[in-house]
Design a protein around this ligand. Structure first.
Ligand code: NAD
Length: 421
């Protein structure tokens, strides 16, 4: 049954809420609980003054939304991008709650963002934004309160500044306040690759379920940052044929397969995909509808919509990005019998290894990369099987099954805790 009747695309938060409502109704969730779980716990807006390199003062707007702390400390990345909105951060915070619950981590959900263009900022300006953002949030962050991580436009260096700022204020080094840190500052082995590795694990599992072979699969990946480039590398090494990739500047397509190691070198040298020889040039959006077997959107939200879903050729979609598919596109893809591994499962490898990092920091004992990867695989496979089993039992899509499983777990914990009044 279609989730929405009207041919009208929704905002990022409304797209999250549309799926939440369907899953909550299927669960027969109490109306009051539904109201509580649909709303965020806290939304903070910050105005961040920064002295720019040109001598002028600038004020950047930032957000931190804590959606839930029912199952543990709030957990979620910080995004630096020019088009960040509160609506988007609110949706991303909710998705973190559902994602952590799908993989059964003892975390709630949060997300942060600052409206800025990291490409146009100097290192000093970026550091100033990060430190002031962290300092303003001091009362809300902490290993037992809210633990940020990297997302679009942020990286290990930004996480190191968050850790240092927090630590200077509380007067002792507190590595577990943030994850995705450099290895030498309490980071975890395998964290940088974790989201891409998680995508490989669920892709393998999906093929096993569908009875297909890796070496027959042509893959397209939209987004070539932390997640997309690692997914490309690991899938290529595992025998998949990568035929198309795109970043914000444009895409490249070669039906014979792209030499991924050479492409990674090219991007390291040039900062973008453009100019890589031997491929057709394609627009960033057009890459989504090119011929392939598996499509991995790994860039931003609302990329697969009612405007292009009927032209998607892939039979399997692995949602590495958060919210790449709109609720209207869900219906079209379901009619085309496309197997979609939903974001709150497909990209959960990142937060899973963030959990391992938090555990290691608190223990002061660091695991080998093999141990991290082995435990990641174990948790991703179990979660994939949980979601698919749930989908079959309740005759719903894997996406609605993932939401149902997550909402059920959070609602159960909330009922046990009760409401503090
Ligand atoms: P990133 O900043 O490292 O890379 C983003 C990539 O997407 C870049 O290649 C950029 O050029 C490209 N891009 C941006 N807008 C685009 C557009 N309109 N068309 C085509 N390409 C575009 O970010 P990331 O960390 O790789 O995150 C990518 C996605 O994965 C986001 O949705 C993020 O929320 C999600 N995610 C990231 C992690 C993580 O561990 N980093 C974990 C879970 C989910």
């Amino acid at each position: 049954m279609p989730i929405l009747a009207a041919d009208k695309e929704l905002s990022v938060y409304e797209n999250m809420a549309a799926r939440f409502d369907v899953a909550a109704a299927k669960l027969g969730l109490d109306e009051g609980l539904q109201k509580v779980l649909r709303s965020p716990n806290k939304e903070i807006t910050l105005y961040i003054p920064v002295a720019m390199d040109n001598g002028k003062l600038e004020v950047f707007v930032g957000y931190r939304v804590q959606h839930s702390i029912v199952r543990g400390p709030a957990k979620g990345g910080i995004r630096f991008a020019p088009d960040v909105t509160l609506d988007e951060v609110r949706a991303l915070a909710s998705w973190m709650t559902w994602k952590c619950a799908v993989v059964n981590l003892p975390f709630g959900g949060a997300k942060g963002g600052v409206i800025c263009d990291p490409q146009k900022l100097s290192r000093r300006e970026l550091e100033a934004i990060t430190r002031r953002y962290t300092a303003e949030l001091l009362d809300f962050l902490g290993p037992e309160r809210d633990v940020p991580a990297p997302d679009l436009g942020t990286n290990e260096q930004v996480m190191a500044w968050v850790m240092d700022t927090y630590s200077m204020h509380v007067r002792h080094t507190t590595t577990a306040v943030v994850t995705g840190k450099p290895l030498d500052l309490g980071g975890s082995r395998g964290r940088r690759e974790a989201t891409g590795r998680g995508c490989l694990i669920v892709t393998d599992r999906a093929l096993q379920k569908l009875g297909r072979r890796r070496d027959e699969q042509r893959v397209i990946i939209q987004g070539f940052g932390n997640v997309g480039s690692v997914a490309a590398k690991l899938l290529h090494e595992s025998g998949y044929k990568i035929v198309g990739v795109a970043d914000i500047h444009g895409g490249i397509y070669n039906p014979k397969g792209i030499d991924v190691p050479r492409l990674l070198d090219h991007v390291l040298e040039n900062g973008k995909l453009a100019g890589f020889p031997g491929c057709d040039r394609v627009a960033p959006q057009e890459i989504l509808t090119r011929d392939c077997d598996i499509l991995i959107p790994a860039a931003i939200e609302n990329q697969l919509t009612s405007h292009n879903a009927d032209r998607i050729k892939a039979k399997v979609i692995i949602e590495a990005a958060n919210g790449p598919t709109t609720a209207l596109a869900d219906d079209i893809l379901a009619e085309k019998k496309v197997f979609v591994v939903p974001d709150i499962l497909a990209n959960a490898g990142g937060v899973t290894v963030s959990y391992f990092e938090w555990v290691q920091d608190r223990q002061g004992y660091f695991w080998s990369e093999a141990m991290v990867n082995e435990r990641l695989e174990e948790m991703m496979v179990a979660s994939f099987d949980d979601v698919c089993g749930y989908a079959e039992r309740h005759a719903v899509s894997p996406r609605i099954a993932a939401y149902m499983l997550a909402i059920d777990r959070v609602a159960f914990a909330l009922k046990l805790r009760g409401l503090y009044a």
